[in-house]
Design a protein around this ligand. Sequence first.
Ligand code: XIL
Length: 373
Amino acid sequence: MQVRSTVLTALLVIGFAATAQAPASLKGAYQGDFVIGAAINAAQITGEDARGDATLKAQFNSISPENCLKWESVHPQPDRYDFTIPDLYVAFGEKNHMFIVGHNLVWHNQVPAWVFRDDKGSLLDRDALLARMRDHIHTVVGRYKGRIQSWDVVNEALNEDGTLRQSLWEKIIGDDYIAKAFQYAHEADPQAQLTYNDYNLENEAKRKGAIALVTKLKAEGVPITSVGLQGHDSLTWPTVDQMDAAISDFAKLDVKVAISELDIDVLPPAARQQTADVTLNIQQNAALNPYVNGLPDSVQQQLAKRYADLFGVFLKHRDVVTRVTFWGVTDGDSWRNDWPVRGRTSYPLLFDRAGQPKAAFDAVIRAAGQPAS
Ligand code: XIL
């Protein structure tokens, strides 16, 4: 009896210690709610960033390609595709049993100028550009058929007022370039989830435009399965109510919602308006870069609370939110160190420059235990 209870106590102590020490993981905390993703860069894909890879494996169950599947990277010249990094990207996801995202097929940025022009440098006509788009989509989506589970088919097609952006895609092909892109992607991989991805859809005018777009696509039978809310957020934008309303509005259209590129800026706003326009390049000055030597604890706590609040909304909508993807692993990796101002020290993610979890990480883990009603 004595021996048994001693053994039992010992087991309990060991068990408790194991539980207490087991590092919490993001993917574990949200198991059954949605997958937790990270955008990964070339160093993580090739294994050069071993520390980043260890964090990815321990914490995340989905990946997005930060740059390697954009047109300029994967298809730099008319007759040349470069699948070296993308092949390793997909292999990384498969090896680690992750939900693999493709980003992106049709966008007006990070696309070479030749795409829209013929040999003489003149703009293509509608049919020629559609043929080129179809070829690109079939080649890239087809290569990873059944392996990349979700594609961002069209990225950022809307203006802030909700009208369609007059990109070269729109000007040359017409408004139906979006429907065509989804159709080609569906032909190339009928099983893949297909997403319309954009920023600022939490703002009313742009959201209305997106709702009209998705409604039209659905009415025409276009195979769109989800809307991606990029989520390049700040400490004050979007409000919890805006986020809540945006997700609810898209859910009503019978599409899923992915939070596709989440990061939260704590630095002074450099642009006049909230945006995620990658072409912005604003002049640096000291006032715009206040935390070069570290983030004050008060701001660290604000960031943590902000993350907890947003995850409360995501959890409330866990029936429609399929994925929450962070745009990078650590603060050091983040594009926000160089955008919209080059050379700032930014703190938008859950892991610090040493790869250590921040207060925001704990807040996100804790938020999983308390779904908002
Ligand atoms: C960014 C990458 O993070 C940067 O490395 C690159 O220089 C520019 O693009 N919206 C998107 C993403 O859809 O593809 C962008 O990624 C960030 C904004």
